[in-house]
Design a protein around this ligand. Structure first.
Ligand code: FES
Ligand SMILES: [Fe+2]
Length: 325
């Protein structure tokens, strides 16, 4: 397991909830091989390793609310306790050490979250996801050969919109970014002022106009922005969250929430987002150093980089080691 106390004790995204049925799946998180499965009680995550002979439990099946090992069919209940060993003669006790290693696991906002320390801290609020009238779409998985903080910071970067996403999220003629402030509230909320961004076609009607972005830093690897159209009072939010797979690989997931109806299907919206992400990917995969420098003197920041500066300060305050320098 990648050693990082802050991340290990936090909820980290594992996969979309729709990927977890009764059929167990293997998910690599922080270099830890997990098996995730569903019973009538909900979702569960164990270390994907049977204590008997090291088989991958994810190759097994769920039967009678238990995870059954594929090799000798030992049965583990949702607490990880072994409750049946078919090879034992009748009346022989199950060894006390026969257990699977269990992690905390919850299903929330259409995603599965795992806490590798086994803690169950309160998960961050996401009012749009639960608000009536919002349409939510899960985006991802998108694999990236980069460390999570570089991917997150790219998402929080205002200045690149009119360059990397020229013609869609910004235009050549409007590259300058007005000054804005970051807000650090006592309750821990960290978010930007509204930042005006001129977009050629923000709502698919072909009308170029200013939209207003608010960026929010939620957790070390979970952030979001809200795009507001002041003319129509419509909101669009993307929450981005990253699964650290191992030292080289990350997987991005998103939740897109619309306050308004659009004629586009989920598939069309996801395809558009994939195309935007494909523009960011080569940039992010080639940034050096791969670790995000938390010493603000190491790279040269502008006033318009205040969101990313705040993100670096936040990671520094929390003491996040993985993916930072
Ligand atoms: S390896 Fe799992 S039951 Fe034998
Ligand atoms: Fe981008």
């Amino acid at each position: 397991m990648i050693k990082d106390k802050v991340l290990v004790e936090d909820w980290l995204v594992a996969c979309p909830a729709s990927e977890v049925s009764e059929k167990p799946i293997q998910v690599m998180l922080m270099e830890e091989r997990l098996v995730i499965f569903r019973t009538s009680e909900g979702v569960h995550a164990f270390k994907d390793l049977c204590i008997h002979r090291g088989a991958a439990l994810s190759l097994g099946e769920v039967k009678n609310e238990c995870l059954v090992c594929p090799y000798h069919a030992w049965e583990f209940d949702s607490n990880g306790d072994c409750v049946a060993i078919p090879q034992l003669p009748e009346g022989r006790a199950i060894p006390k050490k026969a257990k699977a290693i269990k992690y905390a696991c919850i299903e929330k906002y259409g995603l599965i979250w795992v806490n590798l320390a086994g803690n169950e801290p309160e998960i961050f609020p996401f009012p749009e996801y639960e608000a009536e009238g919002y349409r939510n779409i899960i985006w991802g998985p998108q694999e990236v050969n980069a460390k999570p903080p570089r991917i997150i910071e790219n998402f929080l970067d205002v200045g690149h919109l009119a360059v990397v996403h020229e013609g869609s999220l910004g235009t050549n003629s409007h590259r300058e970014i007005a000054d804005y402030q970051m807000n650090w509230e006592e309750n821990g909320r960290i978010y930007s002022d509204e930042i005006p961004i001129f977009q050629p076609d923000p709502d698919g009607t072909g009308d170029a106009k200013y939209v207003y972005y608010t960026y929010e830093i939620i957790r070390p690897f979970t952030v979001r922005f809200t795009k507001k159209d002041k003319e129509t009072d419509q909101y669009f939010t993307i929450l981005l969250t990253i699964r650290p797979v191992d030292e080289q690989t990350s997987i991005a997931y998103g939740i897109m929430s619309f306050s308004y109806g659009t004629s586009n299907s989920d598939e069309e919206i996801i395809a558009y987002q994939n195309a935007i992400f494909a523009q960011d990917k080569p940039v992010v995969e080639n940034q050096k150093p791969e670790e995000l420098p938390l010493d603000l003197q190491v790279e040269l920041s502008l006033v318009c980089d205040r969101v990313s500066i705040a993100y670096r300060q936040y990671l520094h305050q929390l003491g996040v080691q993985f993916g930072t320098a």
